[in-house]
Write a protein that binds this ligand. Structure first.
Ligand SMILES: Cc1cc2nc3c(=O)[nH]c(=O)nc-3n(C[C@H](O)[C@H](O)[C@H](O)COP(=O)(O)OP(=O)(O)OC[C@H]3O[C@@H](n4cnc5c(N)ncnc54)[C@H](O)[C@@H]3O)c2cc1C
Length: 449
């Protein structure tokens, strides 16, 4: 849009990265999409990050056809907090379920308002420590950690406060939505815009090496052997993964930590609608005990916490007459375990986990346990991906969902003309990745300071 000659090189044959799409048995699936966060609340006005991203990318917001969630829930044992896209409803839930904590909750809101989460030199603070300090009943803090960690923490069992503030706003104060077409509703207009602007877009084109003179990146060597040169380079493949491409290991930062948190997700396609089973909610974040567990398990899977998503329970009028729907279940998983299995063992373990995940998820859905046999009879197919799949298609070290715990807000690397954007810049999720890319393009490429 600003006269630069741009080339995009992507290793995969489809666009979207961690939030891409695929087809199985004639059906289209989104890889990751549970929710587009930051659905603009009436009070957010022009400040809404999603509206800002659309404005800057010159994509009409209405063309995304987003529909809001119904109600979602955080469920810890026998305690539930429900939320939807009306923040007052969430406040009333906190007041009803944790009446003694309402003033502390207001204090948290004030603390978050006063904190500049988007600043480039934001301090690295533990959210768990802050929440433990604020609340007398630690359970409320643990419950707030659950959706925010699942939608964006690169650390185990915690989330840095800046990311928490961004995600709290994105999930609870703004809201969750989904386009009927799924992630392609966001990807198609982006690709169209890129093509219209005359950007060269090369798919199936992995970068093999980034050569440098120790100050500047001088050459991008492709897996095909082809060489590109560029005045400036933006890398969105992750900090660890970008450093892996350097011709000299001396350029690697000693600070960079590898992310460990990965997941297994199983998607069951079933006959009918979720409401046929009495399931009206959109997303359920669950944890079996009062202490939230968000870590790489020792075994292949941790069933004690996870996320359940019913994508057909967004308020889309087209969902009224559907003949089949999906149940998505996500649990923490161990990358090394999943990559150590031989093919046959891998398939067997996947099958075992699928049924365990389904049983656990049903126990968190209304009358789920007693409807198990009906649900099984209605199930048309199941597809499951593991940390091994995430690594295979996105090349993220350890199949890490949210990259490295070491973030570079400015996007700087040890090479002056190479910047990071997306997850490892500290902007999380679909909207975060778009905003991060825009920020780097604006601040480092178009208006360098
Ligand atoms: C299961 C799952 C569920 C999710 N659910 C949601 C959700 O509901 N809502 C939400 O907002 N976010 C969700 N996310 C997170 C979201 O997908 C990511 O935050 C976002 O995709 C990060 O974008 P990115 O551009 O930083 O990196 P990525 O999406 O990881 O993109 C990196 C790209 O770099 C390419 N690449 C890697 N190495 C090379 C190389 N050497 N040469 C060329 N190309 C290379 C990869 O192929 C990939 O396309 C989910 C993620 C997963 C995995």
């Amino acid at each position: 849009m600003f006269g630069k000659k741009v080339i995009i090189v992507e290793k995969h044959f489809v666009v979207g990265g961690l939030n891409s799409f695929f087809a199985r048995k004639g059906r289209k699936f989104d890889v990751g999409l549970h929710a587009v966060t930051n659905f603009p609340s009436p009070s957010s006005g022009k400040a809404s990050p999603l509206l800002r991203a659309c404005r800057q990318l010159r994509i009409p917001f209405d063309s995304l056809n987003l529909y809001p969630q119904s109600t979602s829930r955080i469920s810890f044992g026998n305690r539930d907090i429900r939320f939807n896209n009306d923040f007052d409803f969430f406040l009333s839930e906190i007041e009803t379920i944790f009446p003694k904590e309402i003033n502390n909750f207001q204090a948290l809101l004030e603390k978050m308002d006063a904190f500049d989460a988007y600043s480039v030199d934001v301090p690295d603070l533990s959210t768990r420590a802050i929440l433990n300090d604020i609340f007398s009943d630690p359970l409320l803090g643990e419950m707030l950690l659950c959706p925010t960690c699942y939608y964006g923490s690169a650390q185990e069992n915690d989330i840095d406060f800046a990311t928490f503030v961004m995600l709290f706003d994105a999930i609870f104060k703004q809201g969750l939505a989904r386009p009927n077409l799924g992630i392609r509703a966001l990807l198609d207009p982006l690709v169209k815009k890129i093509d219209e602007l005359g950007v060269t877009r090369l798919m199936n084109s992995g970068v093999q090496k980034i050569n440098s003179n120790h100050e500047l990146a001088t050459e991008i060597v492709m897996e095909s052997g082809e060489i590109f040169t560029a005045d400036q380079i933006i890398s969105t493949c992750g900090v660890v993964e970008t450093e892996e491409l350097f011709n000299s290991k001396e350029l690697n930062s000693t600070q960079t930590e590898e992310g460990k948190f990965s997941v297994i997700e199983t998607i069951s396609v079933f006959n009918g609608k979720p409401s046929d089973f009495g399931w009206d909610e959109t997303i359920v974040f669950f944890n079996d005990s009062e202490k939230f567990r968000y870590e790489q398990p020792e075994g292949s899977i941790d069933l004690s916490s996870g996320v359940i998503c019913l994508p057909e329970n967004y308020q889309d009028p087209q969902n009224v007459d559907i003949e089949e729907a999906r149940l998505r279940i996500t649990n923490p998983a161990n990358f090394s375990k999943w990559t150590s299995f031989k093919d046959e063992e891998y398939e067997q373990e996947k099958e075992k986990c699928e049924s365990q995940m389904r049983d656990k998820a049903l126990s968190y859905l209304p009358n789920g346990n007693i409807q198990k046999n009906d649900f099984l009879s209605a199930t048309l197919m199941t597809d499951t991906f593991t940390p091994r799949t995430i690594k295979k298609y996105t090349h993220h070290a350890n199949g890490a969902l949210y990259g490295s715990p070491t973030k570079s807000r400015t996007g700087s690397t040890s090479l002056k003309n190479l910047y990071l954007a997306g997850t490892d810049q500290g902007y999380i999720g679909i909207v975060g990745a778009m905003l991060g890319g825009i920020a780097v393009a604006n601040n480092r490429i178009l208006r360098p300071t």
